[in-house]
Design a protein around this ligand. Structure first.
Ligand SMILES: [Zn+2]
Length: 862
């Protein structure tokens, strides 16, 4: 599509001369029941121009524009519309633009997504816009700093319900053809990317939240929770409302700014590309958060975190919005940080900071060591840049750095800063300086100190490693303790770190417990001495980032590392233990610990792990280690050891427990030798049993995929299972399992479906990709390494960015980890200097993962 991009410079210029008074958007989605593929969209846009006579443009991605009227004058669509923009020549001081268009339903989750439920044939619609897909649904100025009130009306089939950011102004109007029209109240002034429509025969549960405000009035917030009818039987909306109310209590307490958007609906929608989206009053979530089968507590914790993350956005992001995508972190880092913070402060999910340390930060550490890493405040030139910036830096590193900021300025100063920020910038747009200004006021650290802190943490890229250095005398007492800091060659910034140093010793009954903790300011230098620890007995284990206050790779001295090798699983405190697991994982990735040593730690100590989220993360990392970091000649023995270990732990786990389920899933994925595969087949057929383990639908699909991938099940079994579970999720899991079959025809069919046609909806495309590359099938996927490089540019040019992202990342030949693949990747990069920067970024990241895998294999070979 020509010119679907939008640059920062264009947006800046448009915001300089335009101000929007309001939108009226009329959508007619009665056609959703048919197969025309388009719906009617009529937008009236009222805006002012500070330089009358100037030209500008509106954004619209639509297959057909019926008419364009500017200030009463009909413009010829063929002249002013180029497929993505509407030229607006000769603006007046006050303008009215009316655009009548046929817009396309989406099957990629971008814009107005249309989904047909295989269970009952019902059609469901929802929108997803960030960063710039509202223009697929109505004509607009698609940039976050041109805020406006929006008034939506939706005409939909007779038996549907429709929802938007604000409540309907009354009962929907019944039309002659029995369809109904909903009129929604005008919204507050908000950005285009957080407007929303949800429509279909959704199941709705309702509840209510009210709260006395300091001024004596009562705040009333109607709550709604939506899902497809066929999922209603699994919908635990009570628990969702419960977390919602706890969150609303917490944020009102801390932010001191009443929720400004009226009602609060949460819609769980099908084929959703991301976790959730913070549309004010109409938050959308991926419906996989509704659990059809037994899941572990970690899944409920994860969902609560997302509910709270989106709720934090009502203030950070929706009420106060970044001016441009450079400052995306302003909302995402805060929401991520507040998600964990509020979860621990206000809900029963007390592992929030453990999950944050172990899982969320692993995302940040990975991203920050890629050659494409960037400062938290990024340089976002255009929308393609913006699309790729929803990454581990913007979310997880930003949140980790805010945690460090709280350690630096104190909790009270941090929240007082937030309160002033909301009041000062309500319904406006901000940049980094606006935040630093309030923090300088409230922290007492002053403007210069905040600017320095910002330069060190927000405006430079890269992660530091912190290592303890101990000198010990003949009696075993510390004579000198220092924290050493280093940085990667390409990102040499050393930073001030506020850390807690923890000293741990073994108790008589063999547990590692903390004997001493000191909080220290590590200077932005290579070595910071810690005189407080002189004279202390040499401990068994030193943690230089105890309590996870800062963002760093934590390293160990030799003796501490020996202690961990012998007794990692006995570290008593779950957060400290999670930090140790995270540290040895970073060492494995960095080629400092042989991959098989890491797997050995997992085999010996994962069975002792009490935190279910950490355990499941260990399973994921063990699989990645086995597939990519273990030296090729060691893979078979390692795979056998992992599978045998998983089976042992599955048998040892308490019947019916989360741990049993986690190990059963891991075993289902890892089963390797004949007897294990037979056991999986037996469990699936019901001829074998594990006490307390319910082989429910999701587990059945995991088992079936393993059997298909090993050639022990095929088309007949897949058909039978789909008949048993003929649902959206069943179809997805069946597709993944089918793509895993160990034969060349399957790989050819999958490749064709994903790369050479554009028919699959996002969810099924993702499933095909997930099944395609199996560790046991390296020789079957090897022939696709070369075609991958040949189609990259075509894919990028022809597919929507969501789909292209999945293909470029998902089909990179990561299992063919050889120097030849690395060389081929380098060759592509050298020959495509002019390819889209976002595409080059993705390929460079895949290349880096591969180079890292090769380095880890060299380490593992030693
Ligand atoms: Zn977010």
């Amino acid at each position: 599509m020509p010119g679907t991009n939008l640059t920062r410079d264009e947006a800046r210029e448009r915001a300089r001369i335009l101000a929007v008074d309001g939108y009226t958007v009329e959508l007619d989605v009665r056609s959703a029941l048919g197969d025309s593929g388009v719906f009617r969209s009529r937008t009236t846009l009222r805006f002012r121009c500070s330089e009358p006579g100037a030209d500008s443009f509106a954004d619209l991605l639509a297959p057909h524009v019926r008419s364009v009227t500017l200030n009463g004058r009909e413009l010829d669509p063929a002249e002013v519309f180029d497929g993505s923009r509407i030229a607006l020549p000769g603006l007046a001081a006050e303008n009215e633009l009316v655009v009548d268009a046929d817009c396309a339903y989406s099957h990629t989750g971008e814009g107005l997504h249309r989904f047909v439920d295989p269970v009952d044939g019902e059609v469901y619609l929802y929108t997803q816009y960030e960063p710039a897909d509202a223009r697929r649904v109505f004509a607009n100025f698609e940039q976050p700093d041109l805020k406006a009130p929006f008034t939506f009306t939706v005409t939909a089939p007779a038996h549907w319900e429709a929802f938007s950011n604000s409540a309907a102004t009354g009962e929907p109007k019944r039309n002659e053809d029995r369809s109904r029209t909903w009129s929604f109240a005008p919204t507050q002034r908000i950005s285009t990317y957080i407007t929303a429509i949800v429509a279909g025969p959704y199941h709705v549960d309702r509840d209510h939240y009210s709260r006395e405000l300091p001024d004596g009035t009562t705040l009333e917030i109607p709550l709604g929770a939506l899902c497809r009818k066929s999922l209603a039987q699994y919908f635990d909306s009570d628990e969702i409302f419960n977390v919602t109310k706890q969150g609303l209590d917490f944020f009102h307490e801390e932010f001191d700014y009443p929720y400004p958007f009226g009602k609060y609906d949460q819609a769980f929608v099908p084929e959703y590309n991301i976790g959730a989206m913070e549309n004010p009053g109409c938050v959308t979530f991926r419906e996989e958060f509704i659990y059809r089968s037994k899941v572990t507590e970690a899944a409920y914790e994860g969902r609560a975190n997302v509910i709270l993350h989106e709720m934090a956005h009502m203030w950070f992001g929706d009420l106060v919005t970044m001016q441009w995508w450079d400052d995306l972190w302003l909302k995402e880092s805060f929401a991520d940080f507040m998600g964990a913070f509020s979860q621990v402060a206000a809900t029963k999910y007390q592992s929030g900071w453990i999950t944050f340390a172990n899982r969320r930060k692993a995302w940040a550490y990975r991203q920050d060591q890629l050659p494409t890493t960037h400062p938290i405040t990024a340089d976002i030139r255009d929308l393609e840049d913006a699309k790729l910036n929803f990454d581990g830096i913007t979310y997880a590193k930003g949140a980790a750095v805010l945690k460090q900021l709280v350690a630096y300025v104190g909790r009270d100063a941090f929240f007082e800063g937030a309160r002033r920020y909301f009041k000062r910038h309500a319904f406006g747009n901000t940049t980094l300086n606006d935040l630093l200004a309030v923090l300088a006021e409230t922290s007492g650290r002053g403007e210069e100190a905040m600017a320095q802190w910002s330069r060190a943490w927000l405006q430079t890229a890269g992660v530091n490693a912190l290592t303890p250095e101990l000198t010990v005398d003949a009696e075993g007492r510390i004579t000198d303790f220092a924290v050493l800091q280093d940085a990667a060659e390409d990102y040499p910034t050393l930073r001030p770190h506020r850390v807690a140093v923890g000293l741990y010793d073994l108790t008589e009954d063999g547990r590692l417990v903390r004997s001493r903790r000191v909080e220290v300011d590590v200077r932005a230098e290579a070595r910071t001495s810690v005189p407080e620890l002189a004279g202390a007995p040499r401990p068994a284990l030193v943690l230089v980032n105890d309590d996870d206050l800062t963002y760093c790779k934590m390293r160990f001295d030799e003796e501490s590392l020996d202690t961990l090798r012998a007794s990692l699983g006995t570290v008593q405190d779950p957060l400290a233990r999670a930090l140790c697991w995270s540290a040895v994982w970073n060492m494995t990735r960095d080629g400092l610990m042989p991959a098989r040593d890491y797997l050995d730690l997992v085999l010996r100590f994962a069975g002792l792990e009490s935190d279910i989220g950490v355990l499941q993360q260990l399973h994921t990392q063990a699989r990645l280690t086995l597939e990519q970091y273990v030296v090729p000649e060691g893979r078979e023995a390692a795979a056998q050891a992992i599978a045998a270990g998983a089976l042992t732990e599955q048998r040892a786990a308490e019947p019916g427990s989360d741990h049993q389920l986690a190990w059963a899933r891991f075993f289902a994925q890892s089963a390797h030798v004949e007897s294990e595969l037979q056991l999986v087949a037996g469990l699936l057929a019901g001829t074998a049993r594990v006490d307390g383990l319910d082989v429910d639908q999701e587990l059945r699909w995991a088992m079936l995929q393993t059997l298909v991938a090993s050639g022990r099940a095929g088309d007949a079994e897949l058909r039978a299972e789909l008949q048993r579970d003929n649902t959206a999720s069943g179809k997805r899991l069946e597709t993944a399992a089918r793509a895993a079959a160990p034969n060349a025809e399957t790989k050819a069919r999958t490749w064709h479906a994903v790369v050479e046609t554009d028919e699959l909806p996002n969810a099924l495309l993702e499933a095909e990709i997930a099944g395609f590359q199996q560790a046991s099938q390296r020789e079957l996927v090897a022939p696709y390494a070369e075609p991958y490089f040949e189609v990259l540019e075509k894919v990028w040019a022809e597919r929507s960015i969501e789909i292209a992202l999945r293909i470029v990342n998902g089909l990179f030949p990561r299992l063919i980890s050889t120097d030849a693949t690395l060389a081929r990747t380098d060759q592509w990069l050298a020959e495509h200097e002019d390819a889209a920067p976002a595409l080059r970024r993705l390929v460079r990241e895949c290349r880096d993962d591969l180079a890292r895998a090769l380095r880890a294999q060299v380490c593992d070979a030693r």
